[in-house]
Design a protein around this ligand. Structure first.
Ligand SMILES: Cc1cc2nc3c(=O)[nH]c(=O)nc-3n(C[C@H](O)[C@H](O)[C@H](O)COP(=O)(O)OP(=O)(O)OC[C@H]3O[C@@H](n4cnc5c(N)ncnc54)[C@H](O)[C@@H]3O)c2cc1C
Length: 353
């Protein structure tokens, strides 16, 4: 890759940890401001969830993501892949070698479901399934970690966007059936009285995955107010079925809404493949601890929006690792904001927006 960036440099060096949309947006801005920017990424390809997470049918990896990464690289940004900061490269080394560090490591700790049978084979986190699937698409062949849904009864636990991507990917693998469990009630067909315009309408929708599954199997795969109680062993240590129960949301003694199991609503759903897509619990702790960063009560990095400064001078945080699992537009907004504040910290003033 040849470089086209030859403008005068400020001489300042910045390390960005994590190459998702937050890290890329920060790198782009700081590079334009004349700093030397290196982006460290533990995966074999940069892009964060743009590359490994959001499936190819939703976001094309070559025509959109790779093309943009090539432009950033040609403009002078250095990408260092296969390098986990805090493991392959000591966090202290970055702090010593660079004038500033921006942490953009995402919200990568998945919520688990520690019920009976959780250790059975065939039960995987959604991201393991989606990542290995995209790797197979990009490499032209499945790797050792590939998880196939072909010919299987698939149960996806979690009715959010990640679950939807698992539904659509399972459809493409040629699964036998799909059930998606959602613990929350089915949204209303029209706005509820407490959800007036111009708020985002919280109404029932068929997202692309459910639409495809419905076209194939005849119905929306989602089962509402339903949770799993047990994974059944097929006798060889592999999952054979998911036992479920319907719930009713009631207030507990502290006034918090709690799901209460409804007796008589138990079901057994055959499953040779279970995918856990129940959200994320924040960034991974080891790197944050190695950098000596304070966390919020939700275990995200403590740094205010629009300021992005952590408790450690010269270390900034942006994206899902700061605000929790969110959206690409927010990650880009945060990456740009952190770049602006980083530039101000290094130069005393900034012209970045
Ligand atoms: C399955 C799925 C589908 C989604 N679909 C959409 C969608 O359609 N639209 C939308 O707007 N949002 C979507 N999102 C959310 C969106 O992808 C995220 O909000 C966004 O990518 C967050 O960006 P980020 O840069 O903060 O972190 P990420 O994109 O998570 O990137 C963080 C990067 O940091 C790397 N990293 C972590 N620790 C280290 C370390 N110690 N050293 C080096 N590298 C490290 C990770 O490998 C990763 O590449 C989806 C999320 C998921 C999980």
């Amino acid at each position: 890759m040849y470089r086209i960036r030859q403008r005068s440099s400020t001489g300042k060096k910045i390390a960005i940890i994590g190459s998702g949309p937050a890290g890329l947006a920060a790198a782009d801005q700081l590079n334009k401001a004349g700093h030397w920017v290196s982006v460290y990424e533990r995966a074999d390809r940069p892009g964060g969830l743009l590359t490994y997470g959001i499936p190819n049918m939703k976001l094309d990896k070559n025509d959109i993501v790779r093309r943009r990464l090539d432009v950033l690289e040609a403009e002078g940004i250095t990408f260092v892949c296969n390098t986990e900061v805090g493991k392959d490269l000591p966090a202290e080394k970055l702090l010593n070698d660079y004038d500033s560090v921006i942490v953009c490591t995402g919200s990568t700790r998945p919520r688990d479901l520690p019920i009976e049978g959780r250790n059975l084979k065939g039960i995987n986190f959604a991201m393991a399934f989606l990542t290995a699937n995209t790797q197979a698409v990009l490499n032209g062949q499945p790797g050792d970690d590939y998880i196939s849904a072909a010919g299987k009864d698939v149960v996806i636990i979690g009715g959010g966007d990640t679950g939807t991507d698992c539904v659509a990917t399972s459809v493409r693998h040629g699964c036998k059936s799909i059930n998606q469990l959602e613990i929350m009630p089915k949204p209303p067909e029209v706005r509820a009285a407490n959800n007036p315009w111009p708020e985002w309408p919280k109404i029932y929708r068929l997202d692309y995955g459910q639409e495809e599954a419905k076209a194939l199997f005849g119905e929306d795969p989602r089962g509402y107010v339903t949770t799993a109680t047990k994974f059944e062993d097929d006798g060889t240590g592999h999952v054979a079925a998911v036992h479920t129960v319907e719930v009713q949301w009631e207030r507990d003694e502290n006034g918090r809404f709690t799901p209460v199991h409804l007796p008589g609503s138990e079901k057994r759903i055959p499953a040779q493949q279970v995918l856990l897509a129940m959200g994320f619990l924040g960034p991974e702790s080891p790197l944050l601890d190695a950098l000596g960063l304070e966390k919020t009560e939700r275990s995200n990095i403590k740094a205010d929006h629009e300021v992005f400064t952590t408790n450690r001078p010269g270390v900034f945080a942006a994206g899902d690792c700061r605000r929790g699992q969110s959206l690409i537009v927010w990650a880009i907004n945060e990456g740009r904001g952190a770049a602006r504040e980083c530039d101000r910290y290094l130069m005393g003033t900034t012209e970045l927006p």
